[in-house]
Design a protein around this ligand. Sequence first.
Ligand code: ASP
Length: 364
Amino acid sequence: MSRPRPDRRSLLLAAGAAATAPGLAASAPAVHARRRRPVMVGSANALPGMQEQLPRMMDGLEPLDAAIEVVKVVEADPNDMSVGLGGLPDEDGVVTLDAACMHGPTHNAGSVGAIQGTLHPSEVARLVMERTDHCMLVGEGASRFAREYGHPEVDLLTPQAREVWLRWKEGMSERDDRLQPAKPKKSGQLYRYMGEELTLEQLLTTHRITGTIHCSALSLKGELACCTTTSGLSFKIPGRIGDSPVIGAGLYCDQEAGSAGGTGRGESAILSCASFLCVELMRGGMAPKDAGMTVLRRVTEQAQRGAAWQPELVREDGLPAFNLQLYLLSPGGEVAGVELYGTHAFAVADEDGARHEQLDALHG
Ligand code: ASP
């Protein structure tokens, strides 16, 4: 870090002042019994990175280093189509990435939106945090900034992501000049998406394809940090930025209250300030799981209101027609993973090792 970090005493004083500031949680900050052990929580695809970083965390690795190293594994993996290299492109076939990181002890954050040609947007987000007076750089400026700091230009569109994009384009309309293959290809090839193996047909028909990786980390010293990185919504309108680089939406971290991040429909995380709300509810004393479920109830209500304008936001039974997963970590090391629907997994790492656990679903 290039800037002096505030000492522990001033952080505690600042936290106390925040808790009593008008309009913020009136209740006293939750008292968390800090267990001196490293803990990580995140999306299912964070597991391989957590397995690598857990031993280093046991040796005292800083939480921001851990969170970024965890997500970099998937950023660099050409076979994961939800993040970084190999991620699915926008509607023009251009891969644009969003990433952010946040550091609990200094309450600082950095992010990049719609950055192109950069293998590790998570590291560029960290550079924004540590080397500039800004929180967020987007588009061409973010890409140039990455080059200035030595991040080489990389072609992120892999042949398999190009193939999926072309099949999507061919299937968009029957009233254009692109012909769909007479029969769907039965190559048997499977595509890795958010830890699942899917056929091309499953990718294109049963999923509105999204994907992201989040990791929140608590170090041996009890410090928190987090990172989220994504190629965003597949085939998005060029220029669209999701929740992942928006501080408070796709991630948020407060040394005294906790850390949280999300994957899934980014627009719902932005509209609910999902990660900020998770952390603020933990500050008020809620356990991570209760905080996550409370936010998902809020997201459900907002989708129902939004359906007046955009009916496709809800299903026939009135519940959201999309999914959102939230990963929460308290300063005491308690974790939770929640989602609107399903039986998906999330990743946890602590003294019992790195493993998948099942997310708790609000609507079954
Ligand atoms: N939240 C990401 C976005 O909206 C996508 C995802 O996590 O699936 O860009």
